[in-house]
Design a protein around this ligand. Sequence first.
Ligand code: PLP
Length: 259
Amino acid sequence: MGPLYPADTLTLMTSYPPAQTVGEFAANLAAVRARIDAAATRAGRAPSDVRLLPVSKTVPQDRLRLAVAAGCTELGENKVQEAKRKSEELADLAVAWAVIGHLQTNKAKDVAAFAAEFQALDSVRVAEALDRRLQAAGRGLDVYVQVNTSAEESKYGLSPGAVPDFLRELPAFASLRVRGFMTLAEFSADEARVRKCFRVLRRVRDRALDVDSGLTELSMGMSGDYEIAIEEGATCVRVGQAIFGSRSLPDSHYWPTGG
Ligand SMILES: *Cc1c(COP(=O)(O)O)cnc(C)c1O
């Protein structure tokens, strides 16, 4: 699989064995949690201020059941169709589903039906579509505004400068509980460049807090960079491969490009 990855990704430095038993999932979860706690402590933060969101994209339901038995109570998915299917397959389990990838307005109905959280809000059109469906269902939804902190064209999310105006639009959508911000850092082996993305998101959040004290959350950091993210203030880290095992395809396969 090596040649499929850009040679300079941080995630390339580690390959993660797939967990195949409840015990292996429990061990991976405990190991990630221990590293989260240590990173928080190093940064002078309370470990309990950092939430671990396990990301289960591409992982089939039989293995998800093992992960839930090992203690996962919430799962993140970046594609709506896959998340919807899994939420139906695992309907007998108490799992809260987080949609963490780009949403098209025609899938808003699905998200409104099964998701507990949506972390990739980046347009008024999607906010409108979600709110309409949620109002009809009598539900609310926790949302994070996605920000493109690396200025890479292939990434979704608002530019940092567009965030204040966007936030002013959101109170019109009463079913959306805006919790904070989400980003994907640049894929780079250069730690300084990764860290810079996290700092940009933190500044966006700090400025927004002046206007709305409820916008506290920072969802940033994945398997390859979550410790850096925690040092920079992450309150939610989205970790897939370090819990479930390496994926066989490059990340570009899971993050469709374009807008
Ligand atoms: C896949 C994914 C993650 C987790 O990445 P890993 O390398 O598996 O830890 C985090 N955030 C988003 C938006 C993702 O799609």
